[in-house]
Design a protein around this ligand. Structure first.
Ligand SMILES: [Zn+2]
Length: 280
């Protein structure tokens, strides 16, 4: 694979995903997204997957790590990944948060084989602000229409989040739970996939109690999305049992648009984006 800072013209799939607006989702600050219903920030204490700044690694050294070192709890549904309070999945201490000690924001976003990457190892430029991807939005609407035929009303309660928004969220989480805990469920600013505009936090309309909660995966809607999202170009970005690879607890509601071909390949092989792109 080749890693470049620019979108390669060799898009793997026929769909052009990456070059456009990558979308990342943000569970919490629904508000930015401007979607229909979204949980107010206050209501959701759910940690967003991306949050703040990497630079402060030394702030909350591990000592504060919660007693729950479950980095890999595949079976037991990790309690809401995005909600920090509930369960810190990975006992990442400041040092083991998955981030490198020194963070250098790139001048351009990282594309691997034409796919935009945003994770704890590959941050985005602070100025990268593509907004919500139109292609991903169209794909979501197509998926929602299909779900509607099954009497399931899907909503994307958080999609694009700016660097500044993520910084605000992450800061709040750190203040509330400490950096070690916050790093498990929230991305530091610049590291959130929501900043790409390609990440969609999906839930069911009028079922806010399951938004950004592991319980979504146990609902009919959550199961439907998990089984069908790839047909519309989305992958469940943080699967259960892959915490060590993705750096985040399982999130049954966080989906990333990568295009149908790639999504289907990843789904079929039970991989993560990192594994698909050989980033690990
Ligand atoms: Zn998300």
């Amino acid at each position: 694979m080749k890693m470049t800072n620019e979108p390669s013209n060799t898009t793997p799939s026929d769909e052009k995903i990456t070059d456009e607006t990558p979308i990342t989702e943000a569970p919490e600050d629904v508000t930015d997204v401007g979607n229909e219903d979204k949980p107010t920030e206050e209501t959701t204490d759910t940690p967003v997957d991306d949050s703040k700044e990497p630079a402060k690694t030394d702030e909350n050294p591990s000592p504060t790590t919660p007693s729950q070192p479950n980095t890999e709890q595949p079976s037991s549904p990790p309690v809401q990944p995005e909600t920090p309070v509930e369960q810190p999945t990975t006992p990442s201490t400041g040092a083991n948060s998955g981030y490198s000690d020194t963070v250098t924001y790139p001048a351009k976003p990282t594309y691997v084989n034409g796919i935009l990457v945003a994770n704890k190892k590959y941050p985005l430029p602070k100025t990268y602000a593509p907004g919500e991807s139109k292609i991903a939005r169209e794909a979501f609407e197509e998926m929602a229409a299909a779900a509607r035929l099954q009497s399931l009303e899907l909503v994307a309660f958080s999609t694009y989040r700016s660097y500044d928004r993520q910084e605000t969220l992450y800061t709040q989480y750190v203040a509330k739970d400490g950096q070690a805990a916050a790093d498990r469920y929230s991305a530091r600013p610049g590291f959130s996939e929501h900043q790409t505009g390609l990440a969609f936090d999906i839930g069911e309309k009028n079922m806010e109690k399951h938004w950004a909660s592991s319980s979504f995966g146990e609902t009919a809607a959550g199961k439907w999305v998990a089984a069908n999202a790839h047909n519309y170009g989305f992958i469940m970005r943080y699967p259960s049992g892959k915490e060590q690879i993705t750096g985040y607890m399982h999130e049954s509601w966080h989906f990333r648009y990568v295009g149908k071909d790639i999504a289907t390949a990843i789904y079929t092989n039970k991989q993560t984006l990192e594994e698909y792109l050989h980033l690990q």
